[in-house]
Design a protein around this ligand. Structure first.
Ligand code: BG6
Length: 509
């Protein structure tokens, strides 16, 4: 390649250059917009994966000029972009950023938005394509959706340009509902205004490279794919440990707790991708059908099971990586008697032909000793203990660990004979590391998800029935269950409450 790189000049995806469009972000002052969405769009632009005619409109309450908003975005890009070293490309990017001040209940605001979208400057270059992004607190989702419907913004192209249809899509951030009833309500509201194929329910874990690789790894490697069942697998351990606490989101977390914040969505996504049957085709409908079947196969939780299958924990004052941190009950906006769990381990059973008898342990915790998300598959040992009978101290079960983050990679543990005259079997590891194999920093999950929504591919987004099934399954754990599963305290900076090991059945763990 010769000459300096320019913005939008990179190579298009294998699917070709995505279409031009207007992206309207509700919640433009929020953390998500600044930390994730705009840096992701800039990175895509640098990679040549954003159409040069794309327009981005930030919508929020506070009055601000386009220029002021662009300045804020420059700071976000400087801080959070993969390409913070390529700020010379920002002036070209910022020309496509606009700001629109309105409250989310204000009819005039929606009318003005409509005028903007229908103006020549927007409609012609973007072919009338529009993608809304709900990046607001969840209480605004319904008012915004209703207003998009009421002011003709949900099918703006179809009504205004007959015969020359663009697309209108909407991305809904998590949390998608607070429980089954509210998720159903939200689905009903959104599907009154949009069709299912216009709706993209985000779970950013699906945008992570290593999460997408779960399916590719299983289904492209016969060596592993053929062992992927109760014939050879003894137990599956899906773990999301975070070093961070509630990060100034005390009021939200106190309502949500770890079961709603992490388990119902991110951990269930990891579980369904690990457990699902091979889809009939590698496309959205088929893959999502298989994920829903896993959720349908989960053994429902009965009240009497709760003490046996769930451990709930909450962190107390401690130290993470040498830094003193407060206990959960001392965090801002948390009542001193809070019963909200910041840690949970659940044992679930996938009752189908492939997985019957294999426990899946799902663990999520905040303020753990370190950040670590992994899927550990423990394999069965041979039924005949040849080496033990020959006096060997013990054999080593094979273990496959998919490291989702950080230090992304895959390792396989196996036993070998220790060199020397005695018969001793030592555990050793084969290790694959993304960092060693691919030196580039992987795109952020939001880059991939925005790209797919723009391209109209909903494979990596949750479908309405998937969301409702996951709420149905977890519902028995969301009420007041403090008597059935008392809160266990753990010191911040440790690996959770001691009691978590109690639910590992010694015969099957
Ligand atoms: C979010 C949760 O969905 O995921 C946060 O609301 C959590 O509480 C975050 O910290 C974890 O995401 P990641 O990508 O850092 O693992």
């Amino acid at each position: 390649m010769t000459g300096p790189a320019t913005l939008f000049s990179g190579s298009p995806t294998t699917n070709g250059m995505p279409p031009p469009l207007t992206i309207i972000i509700f919640g433009a002052s929020g953390d998500l917009t600044h930390r994730k969405l705009l840096p992701a769009l800039f990175d895509q632009a640098v990679d040549g994966l954003l159409h040069p005619e794309t327009r981005i409109v930030g919508v929020a309450r506070s009055p601000k000029t386009h220029g002021e908003f662009r300045e804020e975005i420059l700071t976000s890009v400087q801080t959070f972009s993969r390409y913070s070293g390529k700020l010379d490309l920002f002036p070209e990017f910022e020309k496509r950023i606009f700001y629109h001040a309105m409250t989310f209940e204000d009819p005039n605001g929606y009318n003005a938005l409509r005028t903007t979208l229908l103006s020549e400057d927007f409609r012609n270059p973007t072919k009338g394509n529009v993608l809304y992004y709900l990046a607001t607190p969840p209480s605004y989702f319904v008012p915004i959706i209703r207003n998009l419907g009421a002011y003709g913004l949900s099918a703006i192209n179809e009504s205004e340009t007959p015969g020359e249809k663009g697309f209108t899509r909407i991305i809904v951030e998590k949390p998608f509902g607070h429980d089954l009833a509210s998720a159903q309500d939200l689905n009903r509201e959104v599907l009154q205004v949009f069709r299912e194929n216009q709706v993209f329910r985000i779970d950013h874990y699906l945008g992570k490279e290593t999460v997408q690789n779960i399916v590719v790894f299983r289904l492209s490697n016969p060596v592993f794919g053929s062992l992927w069942s109760n014939v050879h697998v003894k137990s599956v351990h899906i773990t999301v440990h975070e070093a961070v606490g509630v990060e100034g989101r005390g009021a939200y977390f106190e309502e949500a707790g770890i079961l709603r914040d992490m388990v119902q969505n991110h951990l269930f996504q990891l579980m369904t991708l690990t457990a699902m049957e091979p889809p009939v085709a590698f496309e959205a409908q088929a893959i999502r059908d298989e994920k829903v079947k896993v959720l349908r196969s989960l053994r429902p939780i009965r009240t009497e099971d709760i003490p046996r299958i769930l451990v709930r924990g909450q962190y107390t004052v401690g130290e993470v990586a040498g830094v003193p941190v407060p206990g959960y009950r001392n965090e801002p906006k948390i009542p001193p008697t809070s019963d909200t769990p910041t840690f949970a381990r659940i044992k679930v059973e996938v009752q189908n032909w492939r997985w019957a008898g294999v426990p899946f342990y799902l663990t999520a915790g905040k303020r753990m000793s370190r950040r670590e998300t992994s899927i550990r598959i423990v394999f069965k040992e041979f039924p005949f203990a040849l080496f033990r009978l020959a006096g060997c101290p013990g054999t080593v079960p094979n273990e496959l660990v998919i490291r989702i983050q950080p230090n992304e990679g895959i390792s396989l543990r196996f036993g070998i004979k220790r060199p020397g005259g005695q018969l001793v079997i030592d555990p050793v590891e084969m290790d694959f590391s993304y960092q060693t194999a691919y030196h580039d920093k992987a795109p952020d999950a939001y880059e991939r998800l925005l790209h797919d929504a723009i391209a109209g591919d909903s494979t990596l987004f949750a479908r309405n029935d998937e969301v409702e099934r996951s709420w149905t399954f977890i519902a028995p754990l969301l009420g007041d269950i403090s008597r059935l599963s008392p809160l266990r305290f753990y010191t911040a900076g440790t690996d959770g409450p001691e009691e978590q090991d109690r639910i590992n059945d010694p015969d099957t763990a």
